[in-house]
Design a protein around this ligand. Structure first.
Ligand SMILES: [Zn+2]
Length: 322
């Protein structure tokens, strides 16, 4: 029987567990609430239980476990350093040393968006690419960079934070301490906030109907619907955010001349209006070389990207030879 690998995608809300073969074919997968308020120790117990349950289903044990983690980790020591969205922020939790004896195999950690980038490289559109950039467009904007077939991690595994490039020098304050980062202009909450403002100013009647005037229900999904059904101002807001995103993509394109840029995450589901604007902005703003060969595509893997990245990480021994 071919070897099986395990992965865990540790999210603030859900823990996704997966067993898969080396080629990414999934043997079994499941998801349980993280219940992160119970603290790291309980969450790690839950992870060990989840892996045990999957192994029982598959009637075999994994060769290695790869874990996608929402923040900074020390990859060599398998220790979490700073997970900003989890209670206690998981500072210096020895995840590898706690989990490895329980799951009975090596455990490797990597930032979740770098994991998603690795998944796109190994199992998604990146299979045919040599140099690629990945933008994860959600509550924040994360990213990852592949240069000449290798995921670029840097000394802290933090290379590829594409959401924190400055786009507007005097723009809104960002969580990272800078101002005017791409994330402050084109993340889901940034775009939704402008939609809410328009709705409350009486400038987005379709949006108002869609959410019955409730600002708590406005996400980029409703904005895309409102734009499509005739809210010109909402359409303009999406195009403006997509132009900022296009500038961020163009900056990466001039730096790397990649074959491929992948846009994933919930905001990418806005679809053609977003992708067409980004492609047009890249054409307009990159003048030093033709960009016809730079493909800009939606993720091939969607919500499974983190978990599949954990599988690729496990297969590749945690990328620790870098
Ligand atoms: Zn920032």
């Amino acid at each position: 029987m071919p070897p099986i690998y395990a992965s865990i995608d540790l999210g603030g809300t859900n823990l996704k567990g997966m067993l898969a073969h080396e080629d990414g074919s999934v043997v079994c997968a499941t998801s349980v609430p993280t219940q992160s308020h119970e603290g790291p120790q309980k969450v790690l117990e839950r992870i060990a239980d989840l892996v045990a349950e999957l192994c029982q289903q598959a009637a075999c044990g994994p060769r290695a476990l790869g874990m996608a983690v929402p923040g900074l980790v020390n990859r060599r020591q398998g220790v979490t350093k700073f997970l900003p969205n989890l209670p206690t922020q998981w500072r210096d939790v020895p995840v590898r040393d706690v989990l490895a004896p329980q799951v009975g195999c090596p455990v490797y950690l990597l930032n979740d968006v770098r994991c998603a980038t690795l998944a796109e490289l190994v199992f998604g559109h990146g299979r045919h690419a040599s140099t690629m950039a990945f933008f994860a467009l959600g509550t924040g904007i994360g990213g990852g960079v592949v240069v000449d077939g290798r995921l670029r991690l840097g000394p802290l595994g933090a290379a590829g934070e594409l959401g924190h490039q400055t786009i507007l020098p005097d723009g809104p304050r960002c969580g990272c301490g800078n101002s005017g980062c791409l994330e402050t202009l084109a993340s889901g909450p940034a775009i939704a906030a402008e939609g809410i403002r328009l709705m409350q100013s009486g400038l987005a009647p379709r949006l108002y109907e869609l959410v019955r005037g409730d600002p708590g229900r406005v996400t980029t999904k409703e904005l895309a619907q409102a734009a499509q059904s005739g809210d010109e101002n909402v359409r303009d807001a999406i195009v403006r955010a997509a132009r900022y995103l296009g500038i961020g993509v163009a900056n990466v394109v001039v730096a790397l001349h990649p074959d491929l840029v992948v846009l994933g995450g919930g905001v990418a589901q806005i679809g053609d209006l977003l992708f067409d604007t980004v492609r047009q902005t890249v054409r307009q703003r990159v003048g030093m070389f033709p960009t016809d060969g730079v493909e800009i595509l939606p993720s091939a893997l969607g919500e499974n990207a983190g978990a599949l990245g954990g599988i690729a990480l496990a297969v590749q021994g945690g990328l620790l030879e870098d």
